[in-house]
Design a binder for this molecule. Structure first.
Ligand SMILES: *Cc1c(COP(=O)(O)O)cnc(C)c1O
Length: 450
């Protein structure tokens, strides 16, 4: 089939996510036939660098041989089994690994990020109820994003997604974020947070945050000290802290998990996206024995957490997740010409996280030239997440969309958020591809002035 035919059939039947479908009257939908490594390829052989990891999920490239093999062998053994009353080998392995990696005690599985948010919110509320307290509110951060289901949308703060539904959302209270990573702004925001805590804490079950980077919130970044301060407030006022690491987990911020930089432990940690290396829908809610024990009693006390999803702990997704953790554990970047990644921890080379430091440094150095562009306001970076914020063009001008179109024309998938262009590529991206990604964004932004 050719691109054109696929596009036509697609638009006849499909309703795409997060899209004004009428845009496709002028904006072609891109049919992808295959993916390999950093590239996506359409039906006529045109290649695109996936600079956004296919919505922040992919870590080690498309159609990764190692992950492919692990999923294929799982498929021969067990594709799925009910997870209530039953278990399987992949799940015990993954749970043990995740607990050891994060210091948590218990793993509750779901099948996407929003569901993990719903679970954490329900668990927190339910914990307090089991302890005899009714705390119906949640704290969340200004500009936050936690997904699109009703509960997750309620604790988010991106008006574009949320405002339409305001009449049907659950109640939350928004805490202002620091303007930047500076100590001054951090302390100012924490002072404001304390005032809000003092006023409302009795009715609040939990504070939910995206540590270090608010990805969907235009890639805004804050300091580890801000997270540390919020953890202290939660301790003082007896409120749970939920760390939504769905986007930032698995090395995106430079550490395996963003909370490590703040040296704090939340009461719940949520993981999805990179969890399966970008292969299959899966998410986890990690929590402590302290939370778990509030639900553990005789059945007749009716305190159990009776939440479920049909595909809870799907073995194929879990096989992908275990393979992804294998790569983190054993992957080494050989110091040869091509910086090849091999799965052998005895090899002489850099670990994934060490290697990423070089990659992010190279990206940071390469984007300094954006500062010279008159329509760029700020550049910022946390680990493997890099953002270029253009000046405040009115949203109606849709300048980001123009950069998106420029990128596609030139073989790079950028997907700006409003006036913010960002890079969140798979970790296997190599220097010539970084150069192309950055130069294309540069030219695209520059062309807006023409
Ligand atoms: C993507 C995202 C979610 C929602 O995950 P879905 O799998 O898309 O439902 C929640 N929180 C954060 C921080 C995210 O980036």
């Amino acid at each position: 089939m050719k691109n054109q035919e696929i596009m036509e059939i697609d638009l006849k039947y499909n309703w795409h996510p997060c899209t004004q479908m009428k845009d496709h009257e002028f904006l072609p939908i891109i049919p992808i036939k295959k993916g390999k490594g950093i590239y996506l390829e359409d039906f006529e052989g045109k290649k695109y660098i996936d600079a956004i990891s296919s919505w922040w999920v992919n870590l080690f490239g498309h159609s990764n041989e190692y992950i492919n093999t692990k999923i294929k062998s799982q498929l021969e053994i067990l594709e799925h089994v009910i997870f209530a009353g039953f278990t399987h080998e992949g799940a015990i392995k993954l749970s043990e690994r995740l607990c050891k990696l994060t210091g948590f005690d218990k793993v509750f599985y779901a099948d996407n990020g929003s569901s993990a948010v719903e679970i954490a919110i329900k668990m927190s509320f339910h914990y307090w109820k089991n302890k005899g307290k009714i705390k119906p509110l949640f704290f969340s951060l200004e500009n936050s994003y936690h997904g699109e289901t009703i509960g997750a949308l309620s604790v988010g703060d991106v008006g574009l997604y949320k405002d339409t539904y305001k009449e049907i959302l659950i109640k939350n209270i928004t805490i202002p974020i620091p303007k930047d990573k500076s100590e001054k702004e951090t302390l100012k925001a924490l002072k404001k947070a304390r005032e809000i805590f003092e006023k409302h804490y009795k009715d609040v079950s939990a504070l939910i945050i995206e540590p270090l980077v608010q990805c969907a919130g235009y890639m805004k970044m804050h300091s580890p000290e801000f997270i540390k301060g919020l953890r202290k407030l939660c301790n003082e006022f007896d409120i749970h802290l939920i760390a939504d690491e769905i986007a930032v987990g698995f090395g995106r911020t430079g550490n395996m998990f963003a909370c490590e930089q703040a040296k704090i432990k939340p009461d719940f940690m949520l993981l999805s996206k990179g969890l399966t290396g970008g292969y299959l829908p899966l998410s986890v809610v990690l929590t402590t024995n302290e939370i778990y024990s509030a639900f553990y009693c005789d059945y007749a006390e009716l305190k159990a957490f009776l939440h479920s999803h049909s595909y809870t702990a799907n073995p194929l997704g879990i096989a992908a997740a275990n393979a992804t953790l294998d790569i983190f554990e054993k992957g080494k970047w050989l110091k040869n010409e091509k910086w090849e990644l091999i799965i052998d921890n005895k090899a002489d080379g850099l670990s994934i996280l060490e290697f990423n430091k070089h990659t992010s440094k190279y990206i940071w150095e390469s984007i300094q030239k954006f500062k010279e562009l008159p329509n760029v306001k700020e550049i910022r970076q946390t680990g493997m997440i890099t953002a270029i914020e253009m000046i405040d063009y009115p949203w109606q001008e849709r300048k980001g969309l123009k950069v998106y179109e420029y990128g596609l024309k030139n073989g790079v998938l950028l997907r700006p958020l409003g006036n913010v262009i960002y890079f969140m590529p798979p970790y296997i991206i190599q220097k010539p591809q970084i150069d192309k990604m950055i130069n294309t964004a540069y030219e695209g932004i520059k062309a807006l002035n023409d």
